[in-house]
Ligand binder design. Sequence first.
Ligand SMILES: [Zn+2]
Length: 227
Amino acid sequence: MTCAVCGHTFEGRILTSTNTMGPPDLDLRPAEMARSTLGMEITVCPNCHYVAHDIAEPVSEETKNFVLSDAAFQTDCWAYSVQAYRNLMRIAVLEERFHDAFSAYLKAAWIEEGRDRLQPSPIRQEVLQFFLEHEKELEFDDDTRLCMRADLLRRTGHFKEVIELTESANTSDAQTDLIMHYQKHLSENKDVRCYTIGFARRWQEETGFISSKPEKEVPTMKITFNL
Ligand SMILES: [Zn+2]
């Protein structure tokens, strides 16, 4: 492949397919295999350290100049790294692709949290800040936006905000309502850990929580990041 920024030609791997087994985390982090192939969806140029999903796709002069002059791109990194995803985020911000930037930023946090994802990464504070600043520009539907906001708040310890958000939220379907009430329950226990939608359903069975909202036919992953 040939780098669109510096013209360097090199051998690289391309991820042709992946799959997911099981429910995603509450911040939409996919289950395996997609979890493990995260670093294979992007390529880092070994010469100029430009990073992209498709490194050969032509870029603007502005992007070229940014990569070639910015200090963040001076250091080599590999694709499955916080730095690679931070760099990807910075390029997306420059190009005003805020949804892609948010996705890359969140993935930087996922990478730092690792496969076990037990402790929230400190990067989540920055991701939350970015989300709040660019919420209107993110390509989520209202329910997904609400669930994302609740999970980012809870996993950065903003428990009071999650409880208030759940109480004031006007959710449109039973699944979103369940997720929000589960987030409230976790926040009341000051729990910052990672949970999947499967945990929310189990909690529902245990507590007998019944949503007053209508059931909607919702696929498990109703949104994906457009990458
Ligand atoms: Zn390059």
